[in-house]
Design a protein around this ligand. Sequence first.
Ligand code: ADP
Ligand code: MG
Length: 358
Amino acid sequence: MVTEHAAPYLAIQKLSSSYGGFVALQDVNLTMQRGEFLTLLGPSGSGKSTLLMVISGFASASAGRIEVDGRDLLACEPHRRDIGVVFQNYALFPHMSVLENVMFPLNVRRHSPAESRRRALEILERVELVGFAARSISSLSGGQRQRVALARAVVAEPCIVLMDEPLSALDKSLREQMQIEIRGLHDRLGCTTIYVTHDQSEAMAMSDRVAVMNLGRIEQVDTPTAIYLRPRSTFVARFMGNANLIPIDALARLGMPATALETARSDMRLTAVLRAEDIRLGIGKDLASDLRFQATVEQATYLGSSWMCQARLSGDISVRVAIPNEDYDRSGAVRVGAILPFCIPHDRVSFVTDSASS
Ligand code: ADP
Ligand code: MG
């Protein structure tokens, strides 16, 4: 559905935004193809909501430009921007029925009542709520309300749909089910969507691409696998979880060949990322291309499919190591205080630059 190399459908250029003297967005650049599902991922306060609000017109830009399909969006009145929103604080109308809520954007656009009704029922069918059309909002569960909000956001087929942490109030299993539903609805309707979350696994599960935000800037935009496997900065590596960050000098002392570190050094990528699941027990393995070291198990937590351990190496380095059950069963040796051999293939070590904030 996403066309590669076409002119971007959405182009955000050097966008900045401030609250009084506080800079909440700084020099943000982002392009999207029509029909793409992109997630803004970042910790609280990183500027995700501000970016959505500038796009929708609830907040203003202090510099920069946004184009949608060649149109200058910032020059457009907010109510003419043709954007569907599902915001945390942009609630459904409690005094209207489900159907009336979903018809609302169509009524605003002056569709005939019959046409509005037909399209609203059609979209309610897609979110499996057509049997609830006459119900009041207060009689619905949290998940059903979120589906009504989704239906209302997409019913007028807006050029862009913005969703700001729409699932954060739901419990884990409903949240996971709704992630699949939202992505499914997106795929059926083909709407260009910007989704916001602070939850890495939600971003990875749902998105074509993820833009990681930090301190009002975008640190990296990539596919979920590229963000996880090839983070470019310490911030991105750390934020995606299970990353051990080690200065490359320490890696050299552990025996990583100098040739493997040369390129990283010359690019100023002075920190190595070792994912916990890439560090394996070194028992019964003898590969020349492995970085090998002994470490003392300081902590071991059983997670079901694996053990998550904290292990201290020589020097003052401590790493998180995930040990799959199969390795553990074979060695029978994971206990606190044990000194174990570990290994990591050279090609699983990636190198990152230091982020300003970490
Ligand atoms: P996120 O959605 O990633 O949590 P926000 O975009 O809400 O982040 O906020 C970015 C930064 O701007 C934060 O430091 C926040 O405190 C600040 N901020 C947000 N809204 C306002 C406001 N209305 N007035 C002043 N500062 C604000
Ligand atoms: Mg927010």
